[in-house]
Design a binder for this molecule. Structure first.
Ligand SMILES: [Fe+2]
Length: 223
């Protein structure tokens, strides 16, 4: 469920209020904001030229500053750019909504108390891989945006470069990479896949359909 009451009237972006955050919170919330931009940019519903512009600028800012904000927690410039990026990504996905990464992340939060941004980070590269047949062009565009040298490559290499770029950022920020590191085991996968199917309002936005069997396969790949 979503509600107009959840939409902010004002957003105050004050980097000075974020300097005391532990590194893992900076890392997880930063990756979450990037996933907002990515999923908005490839949303099967309501994606439009304005949400695309917002998502691209958000992703550019967040990608350029995440590691700096993690490594130098008092760097107000990096934190300010992260706040602006997170805000722009928020406006993007309030118009072109998030999708499969969030749908598969939610059960991890509900059942294993994994922080929201970390659960997104754990599923990100697997869902991006699943979406590749429908979203390759968009991922290729984002790959060149974040790594201009990928412009010399073909579309598939650009898209794969984008997936690798995101995995590198999450690793560099110090986030765990496997579901087993947050307490998930093989016997949980059926339950997680079943729970993910309940996230219908998110799954309808995914560029490729995700069945329950797909979800189980993606959780297993992330294990
Ligand atoms: Fe999120």
């Amino acid at each position: 469920m979503s509600s107009a009451a959840l939409i902010a009237d004002w957003a105050l972006l004050d980097a000075g209020l974020t300097t005391g955050l532990p590194r893992h919170v900076t890392a997880a919330t930063g990756i979450d904001a990037m996933v907002h931009a990515i999923e908005s940019y490839t949303s099967a519903r309501l994606k439009n030229p304005v949400s695309d512009l917002l998502a691209r600028e958000a992703l550019r800012l967040l990608s350029a500053n995440l590691i700096r904000a993690c490594d130098h927690p008092d760097d107000l410039d990096a934190r300010g750019q992260m706040l602006l990026g997170a805000h722009l990504a928020g406006v993007a996905f309030a118009n072109a909504p998030v999708a499969g990464v969030h749908a598969l992340a939610y059960p991890l939060g509900g059942h294993f108390h994994v922080p929201h941004g970390l659960s997104n980070a754990l599923m990100l590269s697997h869902v991006l891989g699943h979406n590749m047949p429908a979203a390759m062009t968009s991922y290729a565009e984002l790959g060149v945006l974040l790594e201009p040298e990928l412009g010399e490559e073909g579309r598939q290499a650009q898209a794969q470069g984008f997936v690798r770029h995101m995995a590198r950022l999450a690793r560099g920020a110090g986030l765990p990479e496997r579901l087993r590191q947050v307490g998930v085991t093989l016997e949980h996968l059926d339950m997680l896949a079943r729970e993910a199917m309940k996230q219908e309002r998110l799954l309808v936005n995914n560029p490729c359909p995700i069945t329950e069997a797909d979800a189980r396969r993606l959780y297993e790949a992330a294990l």
